[in-house]
Design a protein around this ligand. Sequence first.
Ligand SMILES: N[C@@H](CCC(=O)N[C@@H](CS)C(=O)NCC(=O)O)C(=O)O
Length: 215
Amino acid sequence: MSEYKLYCFAQSGNAYRAALMLNLIGAKWEPVWVDFFGKKEQLTPEYRGSVNEMGEIPVLVDGAKKLSQSAVILNYLADKTGKFQPQGTDERYEALRWMIFDNQKVNGFLGPFRALKNYLPGDNSAAMAFLKGRLTNNLGVINKRLEGRDFLIADRPTIADISQTAYLYYPAEEFGFDIPSEYPAIGKWLDRMRALPNWGHPYELMPGHPLPAKT
Ligand SMILES: N[C@@H](CCC(=O)N[C@@H](CS)C(=O)NCC(=O)O)C(=O)O
């Protein structure tokens, strides 16, 4: 029987952070697919009433406990298992510092950029151009951080690294630019993360890929 349930869908890099963590710690878990694009379940009163009042994915269920916000989920699982846990106060704050920067300005911009390119109709070019400008700077910050170091905050992978992966393994054509080759230190770090036991790609770990063809 599964110990954890994760509300998720394959196209969500935010949910991937939690799915990857569950896999890497060897947890028994099962995905609960959220029909984000079709029925837009996240907008329904049922979802907001009984799963997440914020109307967001991912949500982790551990017995009677329900947690949202991937950064909270990662901290919770690290504290519970001792795996990928920052050690000591300084490392904890450092992990938090990079996770907030990522949530807000790296994957926090990459997710909407990819959604505008692939899933949202209309002319999105102005919004995409704005986000691309911010991404060029912010992916550059992460690339510089990873030059000459193996992982973001320590000499071993922590939840800060798992959080940072979010959208970075999705195919280059979904962005229109190739992150691992344009940001080589990120590319090498993605290879190191991919080599961890039980690593899985977002499209393998979470249900709903490919999306049904539009009729
Ligand atoms: N900071 C949140 C972001 C979660 C998030 O924005 N998830 C998207 C799906 S990938 C969502 O639910 N969006 C719904 C909305 O923005 O209304 C996290 O890391 O969990």
